[in-house]
Design a protein around this ligand. Structure first.
Ligand code: ADP
Ligand code: ZN
Length: 618
């Protein structure tokens, strides 16, 4: 399937011209252009960009603009295969070397390599470091090295791979070749590690915004049963999506329920046979409208651009995990939904997981802190995206208007008196107990701890029966997020007063305080399934032309044995259905149609369009 060394690789070509002619995109996105020009000029660096931000083009365009072979190091065979197929569709001479190839295929790649016929070579780190490949590369002109998923070099990252550490060899042996490391994992410790390890301390660092504006965040108070989930999915029938659940047994139960409700649902967790897992992944990749119900084991290697929703039926373990998991939705930039049902009942269980994890006390405190941040996010009033971005160190000036906080303003209650009571309880018990005990005191609980400390003798004992436990916990968390209460490391989880200027006005009841509290536990159970507005992504599948284009694409994909999105992304089909071009020249103006795809599919597309009366008004 390798094309001839098509005159695509034009040394010192203009990047914008390459972007338009080869990839069919009108313009670069965010920092792409700066990165591409930097690499073309011979520079190295680190790229931090969220999933779906467009990292691949940052090295693919320079690969075509610089003379010589571009080597892309990637840990994930499935992703490599996808990228190579997609590049070949664009008429680019790309190939991959990894352990999944049979000897014949691998020999063929070597032949092309030796003949200098490749523009891009994808390779796993093992294949690069073992055997003759490095030697071979030393004698070829090289355009660049791209190190994808670069966080794998770091032990702090979540996906450490020892082979990645040996990639420092690139800087030593190929000092003149630009090295571009790319990752979606942004925390500073990992960044520093990558730069040091790959000897990029002098290279540039390019940071794209981590906001994903096309993802709509919708959070729901969890009710018992899966009625809410079914209702949400009902609005997304025939769309591809992922439902994350905490445990294997939950996965199996939810998958069975969805199947019973007529969804094309499959379960996925680490307890399944490798073959069954592979098949599930394959069905998800190739199909449309498949819903995978999964534990977090389903993650790395999902590169499908048209995942329209990610739903959490249980709380994830941190905001970092939430961001990463929801980030698998909408990589193609089209509207997608991150939906989550969260309930106070999840929280004690998650706390127990941490306590029983066997980690060091220090580590447990860090984990508890991360969990608290997640809970605060789920209980935040106002814009979710602002809270999320704030957590990642980015300020979002305006509310996003694309989350439940913005779209469905919640009812706030006047919490002035409740806050006075909570602060008094913290003060009277000596500013050294955690939220659990403070709430016990407010509710007038009859615990051993209360009796032995004599806290049932305090004036604040039992003064807070108007709220329930989860509401008091929520209130305390919000007082923490306001800075009125703090939990310094040496207090080991105990709460004490923050700065007096924050505490005093609240304690004296002089400051207005309107907060969103979770509904009382009893009411949550009674309310049943509540209707909610605006859960449907805005992809209009009703358009018969769009349906026809999708059917045509499915057939093409089937004939070639590639996923449909390798032929064309949804985005391109949506644009085609909207613009309804009636000539090859007009087709070329559609985003995602470059010269190779125009030549290959142009006539066929015009036929589909003509059969649907397109062109009449063009
Ligand atoms: P990442 O690797 O950062 O997760 P990708 O490189 O897979 O993201 O890009 C995500 C999607 O965005 C792909 O479908 C890609 O074709 C598309 N894309 C990237 N850059 C552009 C651009 N400048 N114009 C239009 N589409 C783009
Ligand atoms: Zn918002």
């Amino acid at each position: 399937m390798l094309s001839s060394p098509a005159a695509l690789s034009s040394a010192n070509g203009d990047p914008l011209e390459v972007l338009q002619r080869v990839f069919g995109y009108p313009s670069f996105r965010g920092p792409q252009e700066a990165i591409v020009r930097h690499v073309i000029a011979g520079g190295s660096g680190l790229v931090l960009m969220p999933t779906g931000g467009g990292k691949s083009l940052c090295y693919q365009v320079p690969a075509l603009c610089r003379p010589g072979l571009a080597v892309v190091i990637s840990p994930l065979i499935a992703l490599m295969q996808d990228q190579v197929e997609a590049l070949q569709q664009l008429g680019i001479a790309a190939a991959a070397l990894h352990s999944g190839l049979d000897p014949d295929e691998s020999q063929k790649v070597w032949r092309h390599l030796n003949a200098g016929q490749l523009d891009l070579l994808y390779v796993s780190p093992e294949r690069l470091l073992n055997g003759d490949l490095l030697e071979r590369l030393s004698s070829s002109p090289l355009a660049l090295f791209a190190i994808d998923e670069a966080h794998c070099v770091s032990q702090w990252g979540h996906d450490f791979r020892p082979e990645y550490r040996q990639l420092d060899v690139l800087a030593r042996r190929f000092a003149q070749v630009p090295r571009l490391a790319l990752t979606a994992t942004a925390d500073p410790r990992t960044q520093a590690d990558i730069r040091e390890r790959l000897q990029l301390l002098e290279g540039e660092v390019f940071v794209a915004s981590f906001d994903r504006p096309n993802i709509r965040y919708l959070l729901r108070h969890k009710q018992s049963g899966n009625g809410q989930l079914l209702q949400f999915l009902e609005e997304h029938r025939a769309e591809s999506g992922i439902v994350y659940a905490r445990s294997r047994s939950r996965v199996e139960r939810v998958a069975a329920e969805l199947q019973a409700a007529g969804f094309d649902a499959i379960g996925y967790h680490a307890g399944m046979e490798a073959e069954a897992r592979r098949q599930a992944l394959q069905r998800f990749r190739l199909g449309s409208g498949v819903v995978v119900v999964a534990t977090i084991a389903f993650g790395m290697g999902i590169d499908k651009p048209d995942v329209r929703f990610v739903a959490h039926v249980d709380l994830p373990k941190s905001l970092e995990a939430y961001y990463q998991e929801t980030g698998r939705a909408g990589r193609d930039g089209l509207p997608a939904v991150a939906w989550m049902a969260h309930g106070a009942a999840d929280i004690p269980q998650l706390r127990r997981f941490i306590d029983d994890s066997g980690a060091s006390e220090e580590q447990k405190r860090i984990e508890h802190g991360k969990l608290e941040a997640l809970i605060a996010f789920s209980e935040a009033s106002g814009c979710r995206r602002q809270v999320l971005m704030h957590h990642f160190g980015e300020a979002l000036a305006e509310p996003c208007n694309n989350c439940d906080g913005c779209l469905e303003p919640q009812q706030r209650s006047d919490c002035r008196v409740a806050a006075q009571k909570a602060l008094s309880a913290v003060y009277r018990t000596g500013q050294r107990f955690g939220a659990a005990h403070v709430v016990d005191v407010l509710l007038g609980g009859n615990t051993e701890k209360i009796r032995s400390l004599g806290h049932d003798q305090l004036g604040v004992y039992g003064i807070g029966k108007e709220l329930d436990r989860s509401q008091w916990r929520a209130l305390l968390r919000q007082l923490v997020s306001l800075g009125a209460l703090v939990s310094p490391a040496e207090a080991k989880g105990g709460l004490c007063f923050g700065a007096p200027e924050l505490v005093q006005p609240l304690l004296r009841g002089e400051q207005q305080l309107a907060l969103v509290l979770p509904p009382p536990a009893k009411e949550q159970r009674r309310r049943g399934v509540a209707a909610s507005a605006g859960e449907s992504a805005v992809v209009n599948d009703e358009d018969p032309l769009l349906r026809a284009l999708k059917a045509w694409r499915r057939e093409q994909a089937r004939l070639q044995g590639v996923p449909p999105y390798v032929v064309f992304h949804d985005r391109t089909l949506v644009e085609l259905a909207g613009v309804r071009p009636h000539s090859l020249a007009a087709l070329a103006g559609v985003s995602g149609i470059g010269s190779a795809k125009l030549e290959r599919y142009g006539e066929a597309l015009l036929e589909v369009l003509a059969a649907h009366g397109a062109g009449i008004h063009a």
